[in-house]
Ligand binder design. Sequence first.
Ligand code: IMP
Ligand code: MG
Length: 185
Amino acid sequence: MQDYRAFIDEILVDEKAIEKRVAELGVQISRDYTDQSLLVVCLLRGGLTFTADLTRHLTIPHTLDCMSLSSYGVGRYASSGNVRVNLDLMTNIEGLNVLLVEDIVDSGRTLAHVLQMLKTREPRSLKVCVLLDKKYRREVPVEVDYVGFDVPDKYVFGYGIDIDEHFRHLRFIASADLQKYNKTP
Ligand code: IMP
Ligand code: MG
């Protein structure tokens, strides 16, 4: 796999800024759920790094579960409306406070789909925390309760977010020059 330096456009959020914001979100979420407990639902795989860091800043009792979805149907580097559940929750969420943790909200279709599905299971409450928001890309309205950062309309990678399953381990979030990415061997 090629070196990301061959196709990086710019670093959008560096390691320090991520650490600071994730800690702030942990404090805010802990405050909002004071005296309550929470089920944190990590949307695999993009939400993995963010969820791991975020939960370590929670001071309220919480449990963790994961779901894996895939969206398909449009281009290679674009998401689409069709969402398939690859891995469902192990937990019965009826009567629980559920917080969905996702890497990016773009068109909103993935979140809209999963929210609709989870609502039918009658959780006590259902909220959403996303690391990155591409606001102006929204095609479907979704209420997002916690946002790490707004990002521009660029393909991003790092801190859990992949390009062709690589580069999730990077400690920063960067945008990619996809033309360069596709040209390099
Ligand atoms: P939506 O359904 O259009 O809101 O797309 C959300 C999903 O698309 C996210 O969970 C990501 O997996 C993926 N996605 C959107 N933008 C990017 C990006 O810039 N880099 C990597 N994945 C992205
Ligand atoms: Mg995703």
